[in-house]
Write a protein that binds this ligand. Structure first.
Ligand SMILES: *Cc1c(COP(=O)(O)O)cnc(C)c1O
Length: 370
């Protein structure tokens, strides 16, 4: 079977750790693996299907995120595009942070919008975004008579795993009366997120990234104020919402998201423990020459290490950069990019403490060999 080995290994790939599905969900897959399998009792609206109970599920998700309405998308990116397309006009500006994901750019391009960037408070080594600069960028654009359609903040970015103080930006956005979208692809489903508290008008989440779903699947949460624009019905088919092309997830992806939801709600409550594990990994691996980049101490499970020690070994070993991947694989550990030794990204989210210690000891053992 394809990739069977990796599935049986300890997987350290940050994009995959939050998407590992629990046993309960694996069983449900067998009942719903056919195409359009959720459509038996559909009256025309995906979010109102009661068997399986998608309607109830979405109400629960909205309550959990503390936001007025929720829709299902195919991923975080589709949520961002839907919002931009629905509430911005062609040529408007989207203001985003310098750690924004490429899908934020692509969404804006597809919606024919311009982009303005908020820079860093510090580049190397923390790459911390200067959140106060949202104000500055807004003022500059307003001075030039540009229309700002949306403010976007990456709650946790995929490069450094930096957690941003979203409330700060939320407040600026509210004061200026500009809609605020918080990209929670790396946060919702891993850690607690409360949209009202963070003053987000829109929240996008990723099922396959962080909500223990097979995917592709995402969540878009939005405030009532924007209901008419986001949930605008087709003139020809009044039950079909335009931004979602009438219907989004039509089978297994949403089933896995729903089935894993009780598990996800529970695991989010244990976020403090995840942070403890993450900081422990940093502490131990910095003893042997790794250097954690991004904000310190860690506030998210994604760790980016600068790894000059690995680079030195790669220069001497005949396997070159692949030695590390190779040595980890021998020890049943996967998910580190093959061939890369200057920097490595990893996460131990959801691993047992014993597994975390095993990973650390394995890495130390590999280093000692050379
Ligand atoms: C992974 C990721 C995305 C993309 O998520 P999809 O659900 O696959 O569209 C968007 N933003 C950030 C910050 C990410 O890390």
């Amino acid at each position: 079977m394809y990739c069977r080995n990796l599935r049986e290994m300890i997987n350290l790939n940050p994009i995959q750790r939050g998407g590992i599905i629990p046993k309960e969900t694996k069983k449900v897959i067998y009942e719903f693996w056919d195409g359009y399998s959720i459509c038996d009792f559909c009256q025309g609206k995906l979010d109102e299907i009661e068997h399986p109970n998608i309607k109830h599920f979405l109400e629960e998700v909205a309550e959990w995120l503390n936001i007025d309405f929720v829709r299902v998308t195919h991923g975080a990116r589709e949520g961002k595009f839907a919002v931009m397309h629905a509430i911005c006009k062609e040529g408007d500006y989207v203001i985003l942070d310098s750690n924004a994901h490429y899908t934020s750019y692509v969404s804006a391009e597809r919606a024919k919008l311009n982009i303005a960037k908020v820079g860093y408070e510090e580049k190397y080594p923390t790459y911390k975004i200067n959140l106060d600069d949202y104000k500055k960028v807004i003022d500059e654009l307003e001075d030039k008579n540009k229309n700002i359609g949306l403010i976007l903040l990456t709650h946790v970015d995929g490069n450094y795993g930096n957690l941003n103080d979203a409330k700060k930006v939320g407040k600026i956005a509210r004061e200026k009366g500009i809609p605020f979208l918080l990209n929670c692809a790396y946060s919702v489903g891993r850690m607690p997120v409360d949209a009202k508290k963070l003053k987000a008008d829109f929240i996008v989440a990723s099922g396959h990234k962080s909500m223990a779903a097979s995917g592709p699947i995402g969540i878009l949460g939005f405030r009532e104020e924007f209901y008419d624009k986001i949930a605008k019905p087709s003139q020809n088919f009044p039950k079909k919402e335009i931004e979602f092309l009438g219907c989004t997830s039509r089978g297994l992806p949403i089933i896995t998201l729903m089935s894993s939801f009780p598990y996800v709600k529970e695991r989010v409550k244990k976020w403090n423990e995840e942070i403890k594990k993450t900081r422990y990994v940093v502490e131990e691996l910095e003893k042997v020459g790794f250097k954690q980049l991004g904000i310190k101490p860690k506030e998210h499970d994604l760790i980016l290490f600068e790894t000059p020690v690995l680079d030195d070994i790669a220069k001497k070993d005949k396997r070159r950069g692949y030695f590390f991947y190779d040595e980890l694989k021998k020890r049943g550990i996967g998910g580190i990019k093959p061939g890369v030794t200057k920097e490595i990204k990893m996460s131990v989210y959801g691993l047992e403490w014993e597994q975390v210690k095993y990973v650390i000891n394995s890495i130390k053992e590999i280093l000692l060999q050379f």
